[in-house]
Design a binder for this molecule. Structure first.
Ligand code: PEP
Length: 253
């Protein structure tokens, strides 16, 4: 069956020392407190990945992710990082299409489809992010909007490739705002994504897909969100910068 995953996106936070301190605290707490079936994923900035990976490898269910990868294989792209480079550090996941990347770096659905392909070609698990703005939710077109994001960037995949990905539903209006989607709002969108996948592929592909919720998730609301039938974990921003809060979220299944 599908995996329960709690992934922490550190964004552009933490110096190397601070990041290593946070990693060792998370590793120790996960060892003592978190069910070994739950995958705990840390997504530090690129520059810390190798060092974080070394510490994380002490605990089998703590894995490392990049926050992004470039949409070309290699070449003269100063400042960019490829999927192959990420894989060579020992990282196993890569976040693709976070709303901050879509908004501030103009990443298109087509570019994201290429990134997903490159991640899979390099044996990385893409955590593909989708989610609507407040304006779109208020217009009532949020289900269509998210369905379209998923279709545009993922439905070119073969069934075998689709079985390897993870989706994170992150309503933009809930990211970093303290405003969480209610468990009903999260559940109905996750169910809609899963139904859409079942329609395109097969029921067992949809049943196998882990769909994470992201947006002001914290220890106080994680249990209710994770209890929803179609919510398989969380993509955590702010609360992942504090080991106690992050691990408490990972204990919420
Ligand atoms: C995110 O940016 O992916 C996120 C969910 O952030 P926060 O938890 O801070 O809302």
């Amino acid at each position: 069956m599908r995996k329960n995953i709690v992934a922490g996106n550190w964004k552009m936070n933490k110096t190397l020392d601070e990041g290593l301190q946070l990693t060792s605290e998370v590793v120790n707490m996960v060892r003592d407190e978190v069910n070994s079936e739950v995958q705990v994923v840390l997504a530090p900035p690129f520059i810390h990945i190798t060092s974080v990976q070394k510490l994380a490898s002490e605990q089998a269910n703590v894995l490392v992710s990049a926050q992004n990868c470039y949409h070309e294989e290699s070449g003269a792209y100063t400042g960019e990082v490829s999927a192959a480079m990420i894989k060579s550090t020992g990282a196993e996941y890569v976040i693709i299409g976070h709303s901050e990347r879509r908004e501030y770096f103009n990443e298109s659905d087509e570019q994201l489809a290429t990134k997903v392909d490159l991640a899979l070609a390099n044996d990385l698990i893409p955590i593909f992010c989708c989610g609507e703005s407040l304006e779109i939710r208020e217009s009532g077109s949020h289900f269509d909007f998210v369905t379209q994001q998923v279709t545009n960037s993922l439905f070119h995949l073969s069934e075998e490739s689709f079985n390897k990905i993870v989706i994170a539903y992150e309503p933009i209006w809930a990211i970093g705002t303290g405003k969480t989607a209610s468990s009903e709002q999260a559940q109905e969108m996750h169910a809609s994504i899963r139904a859409h996948v079942a329609n395109q592929y097969r029921n067992d592909v949809a049943a196998h897909l882990s769909i994470l919720y992201g947006g002001s998730c914290k220890p106080s609301n994680a249990p209710e969100l994770f209890a929803c039938a179609d919510v398989d974990g969380g993509l955590i921003g702010g609360a992942s910068l504090n080991a106690r809060d992050f691990v408490d979220i990972a204990k919420s299944f």
